[in-house]
Design a protein around this ligand. Sequence first.
Ligand code: GLY
Length: 563
Amino acid sequence: MKKLSLLLVLVILNACSTSKRPHTTPLGVIGRQAMVVSAHPLASGVGSRILKQGGNAWDAAIAVQFALAVVYPVAGNIGGGGFAVFREEDGSVGSLDFREKAPLAAHRNMYLDEQGEVLGRKSLEGHLAAGVPGSVDGMVTLYGKYGSLPWSTLLQPSIDLAANGFTLTEEGATALNRSRDLFIQVNTFDVGMVKQEPWQSGEELIQPELSKTLIRIRDQGRDGFYAGETASLIIDEMKRGQGIISFEDLQKYHSTWRDPLIGYYRGNRIVSMPPPSSGGVALLQLLGGIESYPVARYGHNQWRNMHLMTEIEKRVYADRATYLGDPDFYKVPVEMLLDTQYLKDRMSAINLRKSTPATAIKEGNVEVVESVETTHFSIVDPKGNAVAITTTLNSYFGCKVMIKGAGFLLNNEMDDFSVKSGVPNQFGLIGAKANEIAPEKRMLSSMTPTIVDDQDGLVIVVGTPGGSTIITSVFQAILNVIDHGMGMQEAVDAKRFHHQWLPDRILVEDDVLSEKVEKKLRRLGHDFESRGNIGRVDAILVLPNGHLEGGADKRGDDTAIGF
Ligand code: GLY
């Protein structure tokens, strides 16, 4: 009886301490009808203007994707790929996979020498690192089903920004300067992103060749990229740099509609990206793993939560390395991974008083973790349609190869494959057979565009860049709102941490750990590594009065514009 009443108290406490809407005064930009949040103020401005012209969330998303390719070339792209998750005003949901594919000439050992050792940085820099781009096909496909304004209206803002130039921010100038040497090293001609003196904020970046490519896409749609002049320029570039993307690769590339992954967390429906992203599966595993714990009572970034989240993350990332890959090539056991009993059994080994070493969960060798880039944007239109898109070139400016005459950069997404089983990629993630290279296969991703709703309608639109840290950043943003009662901006501002099984240490942003919490966690056996920033979450929350709160990440130039 005593046991039963204790249980009852715990259940009641837990129920009282969770809320899907914020307890606090919102700190973010408020829109009464619509909101666009992206990595760059000019791209958010483009999206917002499209909505004001009567465009829907998909129209705005397409315009933002092209605008980011101009004003945020670090990760915005037409030479990369991504994923879209969306929710229509009536609650129906969908997702589009426009992830890059391995070229037809790719093979399992293409980055290994005769001794089977990894060949330098071939999967990271230069022509061989590029997968067949998917972004333009993705936008054309989204438009074909959901677009409402003329296609040319969606392209024109980015054409103008490329042709007339735009003003570099401090962050934009620093990013260009940081990659200067690599641009020079991998390109056989003078690229417009390199100049004699370092770039300064306030300078104009004009991209005439990119504007011409965007005009071809405006006028010819898919053929403006995958055929004709742009395709010829891509193939010429491949010949110059011994790349392997062919006309046939470009012609055959098509994005794929996928059923989004659906799960539930404290009465909310979580809609996220299925494989070839690991994001949705891992996010649902993380939420499923923590749901039975009183997260709100444990306190935001307090030791119990940090320990628990870390222990769950280790197990989820170990599963990711083993089981996740392109479902068109490998039978990913999604149902098994999300099975309630499986998760219960998997998490039952968690010791609340002691860290489990990563080696006891599964073996592996992992080295350094490098910088991470990708970009995410979230949009809600006046009718309540919501679109979450995460898109990427992989590293900063992808493989750094500019297509001569076409003015855009190619991705280095091939590094997201498991180049050699057990050897980590640039994010320190290791992989197995599920993610080995094969022609036309899509490389595993961590991108996690996600939408949360409940019986009353839309609640959150969320996503972030950050390579392997994407999944845990989205996880934290959702817990911050649902369990800790934060508004969207507060949830985005909150300090983050991350564990990915291997290497066996918690990555922490500055100031996430109080002295007391650090001491306690060290006593439980955790180790730490400082990481400047983790993630750049751009998200939207529907407030109890129906208004929209934008959460734009201050870790970058990210900007929310609502009306
Ligand atoms: N390239 C980063 C990702 O797809 O997760």
